[in-house]
Design a protein around this ligand. Structure first.
Ligand SMILES: Cc1cc2nc3c(=O)[nH]c(=O)nc-3n(C[C@H](O)[C@H](O)[C@H](O)COP(=O)(O)O)c2cc1C
Length: 369
């Protein structure tokens, strides 16, 4: 349910939809307050030292992360912020080689760079392969609150249906400019035939994952079925953010087992993909942690640019998460032995309720990096 691969269409009808949503959302006030606290632009002036460092970390934590694990730890020094993986938040089944984990760190680094610039600091990101950490060196520059900075609090992974309308060439150009960089290519697919071919790979990957009990268990462990649980954990996949009703965890677990089937998911994925304006596939020229960080940075710039244009996006990574299907997708894309890193659909549509983040103090490590 309730997730990236949720059973959106069927649940509301079965459990009473909006009625259940309001009846069960005793935690809703708490959730709304947490959303307001989390997704806010702070002051651009008057911050310095540790206070400024923590504000930049706050923006970094607004980045997407696989299953919303928030798999990061930050260390603030006077001229740099270090981002280290929080390995206690790995997802060994869906992400055995930590590809998504390092891409998530790249997303956080990109947010940090955008926020630093708005506060008059240039951020230079370097991956330290000896220690598997990212160091963002900060030096004074002219402050610029760019549209991408403004989009930090607007961006979300929107898992609903879109309006199926094409984007303009100008919009596609802006997205392409944001999503490409040295070493990372973003392929844009907007032809219906190509999108249908990718859909086949998505469904194949999804079906393989759903037949794997370990994948399903891991996914379920990160789902927050109720607003109360979403606020208490402040991480994971809140069902309402995927268009599902707010239900107590015991009921959510039962509904998940009952309704989360390969066919229901295939139907939902087909509708979602056919409602999209296009698909972006991110492909790096090497397969190592440093490049996965770069892929995350490119994706995040793409997502921020999209949000700035009021365009939604959502991952459909199933085909890159199952090695056999990933090879088939690579062959379809004609990218030789390179790895398709991330697959994303985009288009215009309604926003969904936001996901939450843990407070900054929970992701700070003390001491010099
Ligand atoms: C590397 C990476 C992989 C992800 N893969 C998927 C995915 O396959 N399906 C999906 O629905 N969401 C995926 N997500 C999105 C996260 O679940 C999402 O960022 C998180 O729940 C927080 O929500 P938000 O981005 O709306 O703030 C991925 C995010 C990242 C960074």
């Amino acid at each position: 349910m309730i997730t990236r691969r949720g059973f959106t269409a069927s649940v509301p009808a079965l459990v009473g939809g909006p009625a259940i949503l309001s009846a069960c959302s005793a935690g809703a006030d708490g959730y709304e307050a947490a959303v307001r606290r989390t997704w806010r632009l702070g002051p651009l002036q008057g911050l310095e030292g540790a206070e400024l460092g923590e504000e930049l970390v706050r923006y970094a934590t607004l980045a997407p992360s696989s299953h919303n694990t928030q798999c990061w730890k930050f260390t603030v020094a006077h001229d740099a912020i270090t981002i280290a993986p929080d390995l206690s938040r790995r997802c060994p089944v869906v992400d055995p080689d930590d590809h998504h984990l390092f891409a998530s760190l790249g997303c956080a680094a990109e947010n940090l760079v955008q926020a630093a610039r708005a506060h008059g600091l240039h951020g230079e990101v370097v991956f330290d392969a000896a220690h598997d950490v990212l160091r963002v060196a900060l030096s004074p520059t002219r402050a610029l609150a760019s549209p991408l900075f403004g989009a930090l609090v607007q961006r979300q992974c929107t898992r609903g249906e879109y309006d199926a309308k094409a984007l303009s060439n100008e919009e596609l150009d802006l997205l392409a400019r944001a999503g490409n960089a040295d070493g990372v290519r973003m392929m844009l697919l907007t032809q219906r035939a190509a999108m249908e071919a990718v859909l086949e790979h998505v469904v194949r990957g999804n079906t393989a994952q759903m037949k794997d009990p370990a994948f399903v268990d891991e996914l379920k462990a990160w789902i927050r079925f109720s607003g109360r649980d979403a606020v208490r954990h402040a991480d994971g996949l809140y069902g309402v953010s995927s268009g599902n009703p707010d239900v107590p965890a015991w009921l959510g677990g039962l509904l998940f087992d009952w309704l989360f089937t390969p066919q229901s998911e295939a139907d939902k994925l087909s509708k979602q993909l056919r409602s999209s304006a296009g698909i972006a596939v991110f492909v790096a020229d090497a397969a190592d942690k440093s490049r996965w960080v770069d892929v995350g940075r490119c994706y995040e710039r793409f997502a921020l640019q999209a949000a700035a244009l009021d365009i939604r996006n959502a991952f459909i990574n199933q085909p890159v998460e199952v090695p056999a299907v990933r090879a088939q997708l690579a062959s379809f894309l004609g990218i030789g032995d390179r790895r398709p890193d991330l697959v994303v659909r985009f288009g215009r549509g309604a926003r969904l309720p936001a996901s939450l983040r843990r407070p900054v103090e929970d992701v700070l490590r003390s001491g010099e990096p």
